[in-house]
Write a protein that binds this ligand. Structure first.
Ligand code: SF4
Length: 277
């Protein structure tokens, strides 16, 4: 479905902003780290009366039928008609790389779907980067250029664990979600090898504190490395409680893309690097 998540927007050369989509291969997950404490997806599932969070021994995952899986094909056709790609955040209600048996056939469907939708950029964001290379079907040199890979890192411990794994992935765009930001993080050991960093504070009734100096620090690290920086939100009781300004302005930078990636025409991975060295 269409989403208001700003970092899934795409900016056309003429300044037009086009919204992105979210697509879920499943609902359900298991908490793996501090960022997950107030998992909003678990809250949504609970409101529908679904208990989908926990280990595979005691919980299953919700999967979807063919009508659901057809939707990205229609988005792809629409994007092709319009002549520019759209972004799809996959999966906001699960983790594509979770090691749960219910997800195995769903992942296989996803890989086939990605191959059939060259007008969609698939943004796969995970807290389990240790599984990416073994679960993804592509070998080095054959990664499709409509797959962007991201990891979440809200604190230094998870950055230390996950970013070294992220930078091994030969995706056309590698990104970091520093959200919810839980402390100041030094990204400098890896920042030269990523393309984009999204930063934001937590939102919700149990939102943990956020210090704008953490965002300023991340922004500075990105600027020095020539990496795109996106400031999503200050956070608070509601997602828009604190607004989206950092030092008086929005920061909506998106990763650089080749013109043919904006316009479709997927072949295989071609990492681009327009950053300063
Ligand atoms: S990995 Fe994502 S979906 Fe899974 S529990 Fe953590 S925050 Fe929720």
């Amino acid at each position: 479905m269409k989403t208001t998540i700003e970092w899934t927007h795409r900016h056309l050369p003429d300044g037009t902003i086009i919204p992105g989509y979210t697509f879920n291969i499943a609902w359900g997950c298991m908490k793996v780290s501090e960022e997950c404490r107030n998992c909003y997806a678990e809250g949504i599932a609970s409101r529908y009366g679904m208990r989908l969070w926990g280990p595979q021994a005691t919980t299953t995952r919700r999967t979807f039928g063919s009508t659901h899986w057809q939707k990205p094909l229609s988005w792809n056709r629409e994007a092709e008609r319009e002549g520019h790609r759209r972004s799809v955040f996959c999966s906001s209600m699960a983790d594509v790389f979770e090691d749960h048996p219910t997800l195995e056939p769903e992942r296989e469907k996803l890989w086939r779907l990605i191959a059939r939708t060259p007008w969609l950029n698939w943004l796969l964001l995970t807290k389990r980067p240790e599984h990416i290379l073994s679960m993804a079907p592509w070998q080095d040199g054959t990664w499709p250029d409509n797959v962007w890979i991201g990891v979440s890192a809200g604190n230094q411990r998870r950055a230390n664990e996950r970013l070294p794994l992220l930078i091994q992935i030969p995706a056309v765009v590698r990104f970091v979600s520093y959200e919810p930001a839980l402390e100041r993080v030094d990204f400098t050991p890896w920042v030269q090898q990523i393309d984009w960093l999204i930063c934001g504070g937590e939102s919700g009734a149990l939102a943990r504190p956020f210090d704008l100096d953490w965002a300023r620090s991340a922004r500075g690290q990105c600027q020095r490395a020539g990496v795109k920086f996106f400031f999503k939100q200050v956070g608070g009781r509601y997602h828009n409680s604190g607004g989206r300004l950092l030092d008086g302005r929005t920061r909506d930078e998106l990763p650089p893309e080749k013109p043919e990636h904006v316009m479709g025409n997927v072949t295989t991975k071609t990492r681009i690097d327009t950053r300063k060295r």
